[in-house]
Design a protein around this ligand. Sequence first.
Ligand SMILES: Nc1ncnc2c1ncn2[C@@H]1O[C@H](COP(=O)(O)OS(=O)(=O)O)[C@@H](OP(=O)(O)O)[C@H]1O
Ligand SMILES: Nc1ncnc2c1ncn2[C@@H]1O[C@H](COP(=O)(O)OP(=O)(O)O)[C@@H](O)[C@H]1O
Length: 198
Amino acid sequence: MNNIFPHAFQVDRMDRNKLKGHNSFVIWFTGLSGSGKSTLANMVEKELYQKGIHTFSLDGDNVRSGLNNNLGFAREDREENLRRIAEVAKLFVDSGNVVIASFISPLSSDRNFIKNIIGSKDFVEVFVNTPLEVCESRDVKGLYKKARIGEIKNFTGIDAPYEAPFSPEVEVKTDLEDAEVSVSRIVEYVKNKLEIKK
Ligand SMILES: Nc1ncnc2c1ncn2[C@@H]1O[C@H](COP(=O)(O)OS(=O)(=O)O)[C@@H](OP(=O)(O)O)[C@H]1O
Ligand SMILES: Nc1ncnc2c1ncn2[C@@H]1O[C@H](COP(=O)(O)OP(=O)(O)O)[C@@H](O)[C@H]1O
């Protein structure tokens, strides 16, 4: 980048981590619409909060109604959506927070790109593996119905692709286990990464 000179501030991430008493990183939930990303993210955040961990949630519909309200669901728009979110997540990690991000992030290339921006050591991928039929039967927002009758185009799982992650750090199957069980597996996994210093 020409003529851009990032300033090295004297209070850095390590200082903020020390002040907060734990490390910061991103827990990234990927899965189909209705798979359970937001439900589990909310429960994980509550549990971490109760343990005194500083958290911040970033969620598809919330970010898309503000920062990214000029973006739709075409491939280039999803890429830009996820690029901005990854950059925002990185800033929050720098601020010392554990970020809980819930986005469909449908392609392996999307998630590789995100991981590169955030840095692989700060990225925990959680695959919310719920079969399309189950997500569709839940149809929490009535979007699958609209996608099936062609009212929504490019809907993930219907006429836009979703690629399952190859080796997520945690995989949960919401049709086979209770949310509480998934949450405790996720929290158990991230415990080591927190390395509470207090
Ligand atoms: N065409 C299409 N495909 C998928 N999803 C759609 C679409 N149109 C609207 N929605 C709503 O947008 C939410 C997904 O946004 P994301 O930012 O997570 O998507 S992406 O990662 O950029 O692919 C998604 O939220 P979740 O159901 O929480 O996943 C939907 O509510
Ligand atoms: N084990 C489970 N884990 C998460 N969600 C579940 C589970 N079982 C049923 N659900 C339901 O599935 C729906 C998932 O919706 P949501 O969390 O909004 O998904 P997403 O954010 O992936 O679109 C919610 O209505 C939730 O109550």
